[in-house]
Design a protein around this ligand. Sequence first.
Ligand code: FES
Length: 107
Amino acid sequence: MQDIKINIQNSDGSITTLDAPTDMGLSLMEFLKGNDYDILATCGGMALCATCHVCVVEGFDKLSEISADEYAMLDTLPNITDTSRLACQLRLNDALDGVVVKILGDS
Ligand code: FES
């Protein structure tokens, strides 16, 4: 299987592009943590801590639907955006190819 490209918008507006594998069953949260991004992921990916909050700058419409649990958690955040997601709820797959995300969760 082909790798996909994940783009991370840094706080200075620059973009870092990473190659991500789609055949390991990783979530975007696990992938970002594995690449030394500061995400606490206190709940271990259960959609309960929101420390993996990201804003999807490009590609939001292609992503899997938000579950009720994910939405309920996002809705508690003061900095929720129209394209917010929990990175732990996004599996690395072709739908994520080329997305641009900005990490918003507390670290
Ligand atoms: S890791 Fe806790 S909500 Fe995603």
